[in-house]
Design a binder for this molecule. Sequence first.
Ligand code: GUN
Length: 289
Amino acid sequence: MTGQKIDGIAVANSVKDRVRAAATELKKEGIEPCLATVLVGDNQASASYVTSKQKDCADVGIATKDHRLPQSFSQKELDSLIDLLNNDKTVHGILVQLPLPDHLDEFSIISRISPIKDVDGLTPYNMGLLASGKAILKPCTPSGIMELFDYYDIDLSGKDVVIINRSNLVGKPLYHLMLEKNATVTTCHSKTKDLKSHCLEADIIISAVGDRSKFTLTDNMVKDGAVVIDVGTSRLDGKLAGDVDYDNVIKKASYATPVPGGVGPMTRAMLLKNTITAASISKGIVTNR
Ligand code: GUN
């Protein structure tokens, strides 16, 4: 059996089409949706992610404000910038690109973002709503993965799910979103005993390790007919690669995401969707659902 490739680019384009239409509607009501991005320091990968996010915004009719700050930027200065953006009525979404330089307290800075402008869904308030099944602004990678399941009609109810990641950005929010859909969710990580046996039991595996030199999800870790979602991004032989040995795993799986062209485009699309949601919240259009 050869499984079906999950086409993240096609699904992301359908999300972007809806976002573009929603941005046009908001503008008719006098709201110009706007995302402020904040990048501190000179991490090249982070800089290129932020540039991509800004291009995506332009593509769907969302304005941006770009704050690129030196490595020496202090906690106090960053706190003041967040306060300024929180109070700026023309800004609907605030994205602080992570990771931040070591001298900055990431938790304190994320916590300072107004929850209604928190397009990453990472503030303690929004994480709490997520754990309660009530979040409106949800972290982009996990909600992008949920959108893929929806698009391909992959039912999660009663399924055994293994998530290989426990971060605030991916593993923890994904756990709650999948639990909400009645999956039985196991979170695995670097200290998990016998990861392979967990994976072999799973109907759905979501792998987000991101270091191909240390970990590869191989076909002998996947049961026949499983769904395999690859969130990893690293380099293999100079090329962008995920966690999964896709060419062999797809021969056993029912569905699998490639890298590139799987989860990545969805993460980017969901940021746009969250920005539109935040712009709508600013006018009281969105209710808690
Ligand atoms: N760094 C890597 N992924 C993300 C993300 O989704 N949001 C932010 N803010 N930083 C990131």
